[in-house]
Design a protein around this ligand. Structure first.
Ligand code: UD1
Length: 313
């Protein structure tokens, strides 16, 4: 039995990881519930929930002083790019300063930590058009969110060679699956689509808005594959001090996604095409060779992932 700390552990990816681990391991979740929800956490036997903000120095210091963790997954963040543009100072505190604080606390209080895994984002690649995105591709972070993620990622990896703090980072592509919050217009597109499908099937008069012509494509990766990647990166020796793309290596257009989802649940949800969003990138997908070299093999194509997700709708 290992001991895990998951920051942002009541959020979408964090809670999926916490629920997966807490059947066999001891898990502590820290979350301020700004995006997450305690109801996302199912198994409470081996799980301790602490409602707190990761920028709270006293609290974080106490937690790292009084526990010996084997693994720390830092998933807490302002996850919305739009929010980061609205609130750059708060974003910087949460998405960057909390990481530096955590690194310093680990350096002084967690000598036996096996790994810190930091969640970065494909947003760091920005609008650089070369595809697929490789870890060594040109980085062009364009928003407060992307700049902080990239800077934090660099710090995390630097702590590995500067101070021997065992770290790794992952760059998530478009993660989807149960418990992703669809409430903001900037929520992940699949969570919004599934919400509209659910409501339409219940008889509500709703439609789904496509920004642009729907030809834009993304690398949509099912959350269960993301959990497998997080565990693998955390446990592998080779991943020490390294960053990994986490995606499927395949791009799916929005139009294809809508067609798949509608066919799957036999829905006639109306689609409303509107002008494209400012700053939207046309295409994005990952080269995941580096992750595969660690032994990763994704189990979910977009068809399989969507089917499983929609089955539990
Ligand atoms: C995602 C991330 C973002 C990151 C970016 C770069 C999310 C929610 N956003 O944005 O943080 O900066 O990757 O890697 O994970 N769309 C619609 N209708 C909707 C919602 C979205 O047509 O109701 C469109 C968007 O305009 C976009 C596509 O669907 O073209 C995907 O949108 P989204 O899920 O927000 O992902 P990214 O744009 O890739």
């Amino acid at each position: 039995m290992s001991k895990y700390l998951i920051t942002g552990g009541a959020g979408f990816i964090g809670s999926t990881l916490a629920n997966h681990l807490s059947s066999d391991h001891e898990v502590m979740v820290i979350d301020d519930l700004s995006m997450g929800d305690v109801s996302n956490l199912v198994d409470r036997v081996n799980l301790t929930f602490v409602e707190a903000d990761v920028t709270n120095k006293e609290l974080m210091s106490e937690v790292l002083e009084n526990n010996e963790f084997d693994y720390i997954y830092h998933l807490a963040a302002i996850a919305s790019v739009a929010d980061s543009v609205e609130r750059p100072i708060e974003t910087h505190q949460i998405n960057f300063e909390s990481v530096l604080l955590l690194l310093e606390l680990i350096k002084s209080k967690q000598p036996d930590l096996k790994r810190l895994v930091f969640s970065s984002s494909a947003a760091v690649y920005g609008d650089e058009p070369t595809l697929p995105k490789e870890e060594e591709s040109v980085i062009r972070p364009l928003t407060a969110y992307a700049i902080d993620k990239f800077a934090a990622e660099k710090y995390v990896l630097a702590y590995s060679h500067l101070y021997n703090v065992p770290t790794s980072a992952v760059r998530f592509f478009n993660v989807y699956g149960p418990n992703q919050n669809p409430s903001s217009p900037y929520s992940g597109v699949i969570s919004i689509l599934v919400d509209r499908l659910e409501r339409h099937l219940r008889g509500e008069e709703v439609d789904f808005t496509v920004f642009g012509d729907g030809s834009q494509s993304r690398d949509f990766v099912y959350v269960k594959d993301v959990i497998a990647a997080l565990l693998l990166v955390g446990e592998s020796k080779k991943s020490l001090g390294e960053v990994y793309n986490v995606g499927t290596g395949q791009a799916t257009s929005l139009n294809r996604l809508i067609e798949l989802a509608k066919t799957n649940v036999k829905s006639e949800l109306p689609i409303n095409y509107q002008e494209g969003r400012q700053g939207d990138i046309p295409h994005s997908y990952a080269n995941i060779s580096k992750l595969k070299a660690l032994g990763f093999s994704g189990h979910y194509t977009i068809e399989e992932g969507l089917e499983e997700y929609l089955k539990n709708m």
